[in-house]
Design a protein. Structure first.
Length: 522
């Protein structure tokens, strides 16, 4: 089978009065990688769901190799060689790699000759850029191996039109480049045609041949990648009037002591395993310290400990030289703000109103409460200027915060945390799953907090985000802080290598409030 061409002509999909796709034309050349960009709600997901048979378009046509096709179900898509690699893994963790491959291909009889089947799979992998241990359970694979398994599963199922949905969101930078480079190689060899949904402009410019941009259900730009730079792509996605430049970064305040100091911190997870090991770091006023790492290396538990949601097994946290344990009174006294991962899970109460969530830090003190009684009118009055200042899109202060979009939930949390006067701000994966406009807004707020003198700890799995926003970057691997560099001198390949586990023995100088880490060029 050869790589097919793909076209959609006037593809239209409505949900009641809402037009999710408005006569969209898409032209994907055979043997190319085609980037599909757009904000959340722009129509990307609806378009690919029509291509893989999860939804049926109301009007328009889908053509493969110039022939109109009726893709009315996922089974019809698979029969035509159309497959999709989703943002989150769809492998069965308890099954082996070989069993997952066989399940994807189908056509299994009552009795399977596994030695012959595995020999066939090994011969198949000889012709691919990846090699995986076939008899190992998927649960034992690293994130990069799981992503490769997802791709190989589609190839083994004889799919030649591959749709990738944010394929690198869980990968270290070197793994991401390896996977996308291999995909591009297969496409240019004529074995695949690829449609890739991504929000990373660097991946578009480095690995895609052509790009199409959707906005509000319509195609607003399309053409060879070389015709676009990041600014033009951003303007197409959100409109030039809505795009804002990030604030200039001022100099770091060189104080004698850091605002936030973590000293020899060890944290265990819910099963009692050490997931943060002897971590030492420091953040000064007017500085963003970025922590890079592949998901699951102790970042979540570190943040939970800093926010008082988890007890430390040993070590100490200090703010302004004072011992800090994350109690409510300490958070208020020291001006600690937070934007944790999944804010609806651990920073908000979804069923409560926007106004109530904005008051969670101060609902029991004046002027919101007097003589122990909370005033609903004062609650709403206090919420309105914060909603306006941070651009929170809501039907009103009384609307449940759980009804807001992800970007507006983030804005509401930042409105609550930053409006009180923030001395320390702890942030984790602040823009995961958000559209470009929301990303732009959140990044601007973080830099404004930093420029206003806050000490910002930014934990992110997006290395591009960290390098763009941070003054220094620290790598966390297997629970330990193993490497640091200034963002100006950051080497993506070296940071990726450290994220992947290639670390040297760090300097463990006792008593230092600075990160005891292997230093990069600074």
């Amino acid at each position: 089978m050869k790589a097919p061409s793909l076209q959609t002509i006037g593809l239209t999909k409505r949900f009641g009065d809402f037009v999710a796709l408005d006569a969209v034309d898409l032209d994907v050349r055979p043997g190319t990688v085609h980037a599909l960009l757009g904000e959340n709600g722009a129509g990307k997901s609806t378009l690919v769901k029509c291509l893989v048979g999860f939804q049926r378009a109301d009007a328009g046509s889908v053509l493969l190799d110039g022939r109109e096709r009726d893709i009315g179900s996922p089974q019809a898509a698979r029969a035509l060689g159309v497959g999709m690699v989703y943002q989150h893994f769809t492998l069965v963790p308890s099954m082996t790699v070989a069993e997952n491959f066989a399940l994807a291909r189908g056509g299994l009889g009552a009795v399977i000759d596994w030695p012959a089947k595995i020999a066939e799979m090994r011969a198949f992998m000889d012709g691919t850029p990846f090699t995986l241990p076939l008899e190992v359970p998927v649960s034992n694979l690293a994130a990069g191996q799981k992503q490769k398994a997802e791709i190989l599963k589609q190839l083994y199922a004889d799919n030649r039109l591959l749709i990738l949905d944010e394929p690198t969101s869980v990968l270290a930078p070197d793994e991401a480049d390896e996977v996308l480079g291999a995909i591009r190689g297969l496409a240019h060899a004529g074995r695949l045609t690829v449609v890739m949904i991504t929000h990373k402009f660097r991946e578009v410019s480095a690995f895609a041949d052509d790009v199409t941009v959707l906005r509000r259900g319509k195609r607003v730009a399309a053409g060879p990648v070389g015709d676009f730079d990041a600014v033009r792509l951003a303007d197409a996605m959100i409109g030039a009037a809505r795009r804002r430049e990030l604030p200039e970064r001022g100099p770091v305040v060189q104080t004698a002591a850091p605002v936030l100091a973590v000293e020899g911190l060890t944290v265990t997870d819910d099963a009692g395993r050490r997931v943060v090991r002897d971590a030492t770091l420091a953040v000064r006023a007017g500085e963003i310290l970025g922590i890079a790492g592949v998901s699951g290396n102790g970042q979540r538990e570190l943040v939970e400990t800093l926010l008082g949601q988890r007890e430390a097994a040993s070590g100490a946290i200090r703010i302004g030289g004072e011992r800090y344990r994350g109690r409510r009174a300490e958070i208020a006294r020291h001006g600690v703000g937070s934007l944790p991962e999944e804010p609806l899970r651990n920073a908000c109460v979804a069923a409560m109103s926007v106004a109530e969530n904005l008051a969670l830090r101060e609902f029991d003190v004046a002027p919101l409460a007097r003589a122990g009684w909370l005033s609903p009118a004062r609650l709403v009055a206090a919420a309105r200027p914060r909603i306006e200042a941070f651009g929170v899109k809501t039907r009103g202060p009384d609307s449940p915060i759980g009804t807001l979009s992800g970007g507006n939930v983030q804005r509401a949390v930042l409105a609550r945390e930053l409006s009180r006067g923030c001395r320390v701000l702890v942030v984790m994966n602040p823009v995961f799953g958000l559209d470009f406009a929301a990303v732009d807004e959140i990044h601007r707020r973080l830099l404004e907090a930093r420029n206003g003198g806050a000490a910002v700890l930014l934990v992110s799995e997006d290395l591009d985000e960290l390098i763009e926003l941070s003054d220094r970057v620290v790598v966390m691997s297997e629970g330990a802080l193993v490497y640091q560099t200034s963002s100006a001198a950051a080497d993506r390949a070296e940071i990726g290598r450290r994220m992947g586990g290639a670390h040297e023995t760090p300097d463990t100088t006792a008593g230092s409030a600075e990160p005891a880490l292997t230093e990069g060029a600074a």
